[in-house]
Design a protein around this ligand. Structure first.
Ligand SMILES: [Zn+2]
Length: 488
């Protein structure tokens, strides 16, 4: 989804930071930021002289210890059973399925590209079946032969957004994508499913995977330096692991990237409910330089050689800054444990984007970056929809005869499953956009780019404008639920 059009900036934050160089662990306090940045920049510069081609270069090594099995006295049986199931079927690493979507506004073809064995499983070991059912796409893993569902996860993609554009009416394109599932111990079947306009779940592709198949490629260990911007106190399978990737930062600008990662952390923990769940997050920056500084801006005839080839004017919307270089993004993200990918784009230009369980991006150095960063993370992490309704980048996004999956929108088709429980019974449904309802939870017509037929929970919210700097209570609850979903 696009970032919103304007905002005001905020700041804040705290804490010391840890940097691993593969051998030693260095802890820096905020007052030592200069020394820390110098050390990182010097290290990168030294290495870069030897190898200008960063993607093939061996930098530092780093391994993340996965939590050792512990014998715990568990008082709740369900998590124990789920953990046992995880251990029966899966290892503590991941299978990345790279595939292509080729099509247009009317039809889509799915095709497999490659299977990759990645080193970390950072998702939950107990919440293996995605009961939230957010997103128009879902990956399902079955035990081969029995059709027993072992794992599922919902997501959105850039291709699905593109399908609603005018371009998709006349052009056919191919988009790369990946899904990440726990690496199996047994033969499995992986199905990629999508929801039709009528809400029907259709299987687009199904493949069989044998864990000992020697055509499953081992991931490329790029041995890039990693900056631990924030490490909470939870194991990777019980934390929200965010990987930050630098786009358009040259080798000499790696110190700036470190500062921008710190800014990301400060921004996140300035907002509720993230401020109450600091220990449930790990935020790591993978330090990979671009050949050129900045970002491609086609509308201004500016083209940059950058590591992930992000571009403003995505779908011809100036502030929408996205990339279709999925495999480069995934190769870099896979260097560390991750549940969410966040790309910081080294520019002062206002913009960004965020897609549920896909990736988020934001300009690093715009005056509004703090709000944009958190707004986009609302899309990517919690599946929140834009609550504004005055943007015509997309065509029809919602079928008004169905309840949308986004937790902060309703068509009133099945409002009981949304935020009805949070409303005062005296509040009218729908709720007029009048001053007396300005700060209460209601059902206000307009949201998700649609001025009619789609309703949002509050007259203003960080998913609509940046006037108030806060998420509405409905969005806050959705974020909190998602944090807890990852924490089990
Ligand atoms: Zn909201």
């Amino acid at each position: 989804m696009l970032c919103i059009r304007w905002s005001q900036s905020i700041g804040g934050g705290k804490g010391s930071h840890v940097f691993h160089d593969g051998i030693r662990k260095h802890r820096f306090h905020p007052q030592q930021a200069s020394a820390r940045n110098d050390m990182l920049s010097n290290a990168c510069l030294t290495l870069n002289k030897k190898t200008p081609c960063y993607l093939k270069k061996v930098y530092f090594c780093r391994k993340y210890p996965v939590m050792k099995k512990q014998v715990l006295l568990l008082f709740v049986m369900l998590p124990m059973i789920a953990m046992a199931q995880f251990d029966q079927y899966f290892t503590e690493s991941s299978l990345r399925v790279d595939y292509c979507l080729t099509g247009n506004g009317k039809a889509t073809t799915f095709s497999l590209k490659e299977l990759i064995h990645e080193p970390y499983w950072s998702g939950s070991k107990t919440n293996l079946i995605d009961n939230l059912e957010f997103g128009n796409y879902i990956v399902k893993v079955y035990e081969a032969g029995t059709d027993k569902l072992l794992f599922s996860k919902g997501y959105q993609n850039l291709y699905g957004e593109w399908q609603t554009t005018d371009e998709a009416k006349v052009v056919t394109k191919t988009f790369d994508e990946s899904v990440i599932v726990p690496f199996p111990k047994v033969k499995i079947e992986v199905a990629i499913c999508y929801k039709t306009w009528e809400g029907e779940l259709v299987e687009g592709m199904r493949i069989t995977v044998k864990p000992d198949d020697y055509f499953i490629r081992d991931y490329d260990n790029l041995n890039l330096p990693v900056y631990d911007a924030w490490i909470g106190n939870k194991d990777i399978t019980k934390a929200v692991d965010v990987v930050i990737l630098p786009e358009g930062y040259t080798q000499a600008e790696m110190g700036k990237f470190i500062k921008d990662c710190d800014f990301f952390v400060k921004s996140m923990f300035d907002y509720a409910p993230y401020d109450r769940y600091r220990e449930s997050f790990n935020i790591r920056g993978v330090m990979v330089p671009s050949a050129e500084s900045g970002c491609t801006m086609p509308g201004d005839h500016i083209y940059k050689n950058t590591v992930m080839r992000f571009s403003f004017w995505t779908f011809d919307s100036e502030r929408y800054c996205m990339s279709t270089d999925n495999r480069d993004i995934r190769d870099l993200a896979g260097q560390v444990p991750y549940d969410q990918i966040y790309i910081l784009v080294n520019t002062e230009k206002y913009g960004g984007g965020g897609i549920y369980n896909f990736y988020c991006s934001s300009a690093s150095s715009n005056g509004f970056s703090s709000d944009v960063i958190i707004h986009e993370f609302g899309h990517g992490f919690a599946g929140l929809a834009d609550e504004y309704y005055d943007d015509d980048t997309y065509g029809d996004m919602y079928n008004n005869d169905l309840e949308p999956w986004e937790p902060n929108l309703t068509t009133l088709v099945d409002f009981d499953i949304k935020w009805k429980d949070m409303m005062d019974k005296k509040t009218p449904i729908p709720t007029p956009r009048e001053e007396k309802y300005e700060h209460i939870i209601g059902v206000f017509e307009g949201g998700g780019y649609e001025p009619e037929g789609v309703y949002s929970p509050q007259m203003d919210c960080l998913m609509k404008t940046f006037k108030g700097h806060d998420f509405c209570p409905v969005c806050q609850r959705a974020i909190e639920r998602m944090i807890l979903y990852y924490s089990k």
